[in-house]
Design a protein around this ligand. Sequence first.
Ligand code: ZN
Length: 196
Amino acid sequence: MSDTSSLDALIQALRRLPGVGQKSAQRMAFHLLQHDRAGAQVLSQALAQAAGNVRHCQRCHTFTEDALCEICQDAGRDATRLCVVETPADQAAMERTGAFKGLYFVLMGRLSPLDGVGPRDIGVRELIERASDGTVQEVILATSFTAEGEATAHAIAEALGRRGVQATRLARGVPVGSELEYVDLGTIAHALADRR
Ligand code: ZN
């Protein structure tokens, strides 16, 4: 075994991150070991802790350390409105607008047949069951305005329609092709107010 095997293992581990190739993984590893040993410790502890403690909320599927996330536990939220988003980052963007007081369902992805992501992977059945529980009166589809996000919204709206549940879509105004998380707050708030 060579004396650089720990370094190699670190580089290979960093390469698991999306968009990180051999060169950037090497750069990150060298940086941590040469210039920021304290940072390396902080990173390794944070990773171990998050990987050990973070799970999915039983109701909305977002990340949480409890059985239910903070929003689902909040009795002050309007349980008649359910907003469907793709990711926790999109949910956070919606929360920052302050314009939505209802509850969420986080798909943790979107339909993508080419990548093998189907309805089961994004929890469509759980979503439909939740939406037809008698409490929810409106489902707001806030998936991204990409082709896959639109197809996801369409498929969910159809499934909801078969159960007689009303679905609305964020209005246009959000730029085509965009992920919600990168859209400015005013635009999201407008798109929410003008939903149809
Ligand atoms: Zn939740």
